[in-house]
Ligand binder design. Structure first.
Ligand code: NDP
Length: 248
């Protein structure tokens, strides 16, 4: 059993995009990490980049594998001896209207973006103490109708329910739960759509100030929610979209 003086966070989907930015933000803020994703080589590169800044325990696997959440918690406890936060970030980006969503896609989105976060939360709670917190990465499309929401919006809305249930059930133990709902952020998930009229209008006409959101913007908010400074925020959905969802 390890004995880390630094706080420890499990981050799913730490191999790319928003999860990678979250990992680097926590490392810069003085935390050690358990990084989870399928692409081991990306996680190894992250650990290398963070050498001297943070220790990174790697759990390479598919979050839909029911054993992976327990493995991630075991990695936190064996390597560091503590678990202070869980960031459920890994998600499957599939866009199609309901009528065009087949069962395989529906299952993939539910398994990756709802069942896996549920299982990670369930596994993590047993090792968390008062002052710990869970942060789920939802989406503005879980709050509003959006482009071809289908399974994606359904699942992201479900994550809000899970966040509130966790906040209500574990708040008395001092374990908080919140959800960050980004607007559109340029990552591998959105790259193919970035120049589309929908994204361009969202970024440049509907967002009150003319700046695209970044993965670092999301990471800063997630880090704040996990930190002592965010310790009175519980059960909330924080839209991170430059105000776009208020103008839509
Ligand atoms: P990316 O596609 O850039 O990254 C997705 C990450 O999730 C990767 O690290 C990937 O790792 C991991 N991942 C996906 N599926 C699995 C799986 N089955 N098992 C393990 N890891 C998995 O996407 P983003 O960074 O954009 O998205 C991160 C989160 O933010 C998602 O939940 C997404 O829905 C949400 N979001 C994104 C927005 C955007 O505009 N980009 C807007 C709103 C919300 P690997 O492939 O190595 O397994």
């Amino acid at each position: 059993m390890g004995n880390s003086s630094k706080p420890v966070v499990i981050i799913t989907g730490a191999s790319a995009g928003i999860g990678d930015a979250i990992a680097r933000r926590f490392a810069a803020g003085g935390w050690n990490l358990v990084a989870v994703a399928r692409r081991r080589e990306r996680l190894e590169q992250l650990a290398k980049d963070l050498q001297g800044v943070a220790e990174v325990a790697i759990v390479a696997g598919d979050v839909t594998d029911p054993q992976i959440p327990e493995k991630a918690v075991a990695a936190a406890m064996e390597t560091f001896g503590r678990l202070d936060s869980l960031v459920n970030n890994a998600g499957a980006g599939k866009w199609a209207p309901v009528k065009d969503t087949d069962d395989a896609t529906l299952d993939e989105v539910i398994d990756t973006s709802l069942k896996a976060p549920f299982r990670f939360a369930r596994a993590a709670l047993g090792s968390m103490q008062a002052g710990s917190s869970i942060i789920n990465i939802g989406s503005v499309f879980g709050v509003l109708s959006g482009m071809a929401g289908g399974a994606y919006s359904t699942v992201k809305a479900g994550l809000i329910g899970m966040t509130q249930a966790l906040a209500a059930d574990y708040g008395a133990q001092g374990i908080r739960s919140n959800l960050v709902a980004p607007g559109v952020i340029r990552t591998d998930m959105t790259d193919d759509y970035w120049e589309s009229d929908y994204f361009q209008r969202t970024n440049h006409e509907l967002t009150p100030f003319d700046r695209e959101g970044t993965a670092a913007d999301v990471a800063n908010t997630v880090f704040f929610l996990a930190s002592q400074e965010g310790s009175y925020i519980n059960g909330q959905t924080i839209a991170l979209d430059g105000g776009w969802s208020t103008t839509k």
